[in-house]
Design a protein around this ligand. Sequence first.
Ligand code: UD1
Ligand code: CA
Length: 461
Amino acid sequence: MKLEIVILAAGLGKRMHSALPKVLHQVAGHSMLSHVIATAKALNPHKIVVVTGHQGELVAAEAQRCAAEVSLSCCRQVEQKGTADAVKAALPELTDDSVVLVLYADTPLTPLDDLKQLLDALDQTSAQLMLLTCLLADPTGYGRIVRAADGRIQGIVEQKDCSPEQLKISEINSGIIALPCRVLQQYLPRIDCNNAQHEYYLTDLTGLIVKDGGQVGALTSNNFAYLRGVNSKLQLAEAERTYQRQQAERLLTEGVTLADPDRFDLRGSLEHGNDCYIDINCVFSGHCVLGNNVVIGAGCIIRDCVIDDNVVISPYSVLEQSHLKPEVTVGPFARLRPGNTLEEKAHVGNFVELKKAHLGAGTKAGHLSYLGDSEIGAGVNIGAGTITCNYDGANKHQTVIEDDVFVGSDTQLVAPVTVRRGATIAAGTTVTKEVPADALVLTRTRALYKTHYQRPRKQKK
Ligand code: UD1
Ligand code: CA
């Protein structure tokens, strides 16, 4: 079977009240369109055709960004005249002998299993069209599936065209259909817009096929929560929660402890070992890897990090593109900008900022420091308020601190500069040139002490 997937993404999304096209709004940090393209790709289609319209250039650019390892093209629906008109725009891109699956870009959580089953069902029955339907207690807003007394599908009626009797039907159209391309080619031109919305309804294919003596089949899904279209910010927020809950449940099932699955956000992927604990309100993005026994405190924001066994990250720390080796401790309130490696048992405490820093094993920077573009050895103590002055206003420079150095509090290291092994830097020192091994360096004006000192007094006027 040669599968071709059409993704409808031309709609305006008026109810989003946004300058951004609806399908570019994000669920878990990625556009709704990208979620649907990812699901489509998982079916290994011969090609994907994305139908764009409203702000088509932006939507097409996002589609192309997601097009790795698949043949994907975009075509333009000039005016948004309905779902049938949208599919018509894609018709020239489709191949006569293919099976076509129509997906909606505003249904970001479309479940892959349902799609596989739908395609299998089309393959195995004599139906010319397979619909994916759901049974809902409250079917308001959806197209209703009309069946004859013997259960055979007669057609789909949109909410706005329903008779009072039809409004009571609880079986709804998810919008997703699968059919041979030839059936689409045959019936699409016959769809008119004689309906309440004066739109060309893709759903009218059903009635036309049945009228010709053909057969329409349906697969009823239990996954309604994942088949809901997003039309408003409220529904977007609901889709986000549904998605996050699903990810949290998967991680819990795999043995990660989450303090609260409803206060956990994963906007990318997370690999993990055993016995990891994640406290509330953490946000992971990009690709993160946790070893065994990792503890992550409340409110941490972590992107593209590799965190090895027994690391503890205390609350409200922000970490990007960093590698933390076993038994490292970080935070609370630490900021690791991209490009750091912390060797075993290194420690970074509160209000410490790192950027492109390498901290050797057991090295400690406990408080209030900025370490940028720095190569720091093992067993180094960085005192509170230490600053690497890495930027001269034009270029960035490197600071090298060798093993077993003691850096006193409130030290400025004016890069490029090297501090050799075992050196001691006294508190309050500004280091501007190389400090030899085992030396003491101190730049401090001598203190003046006046005994019995009288402060100035306010003069009477
Ligand atoms: C559609 C179905 C309805 C179903 C519901 C499920 C039709 C006529 N109705 O209704 O039976 O229950 O989905 O969510 O198909 N689009 C275009 N071009 C257009 C119009 C729409 O590309 O001219 C795209 C939209 O961007 C969206 C999708 O098609 O991704 C669905 O369109 P929408 O207007 O939201 O359809 P519904 O009224 O929800
Ligand atoms: Ca919709």
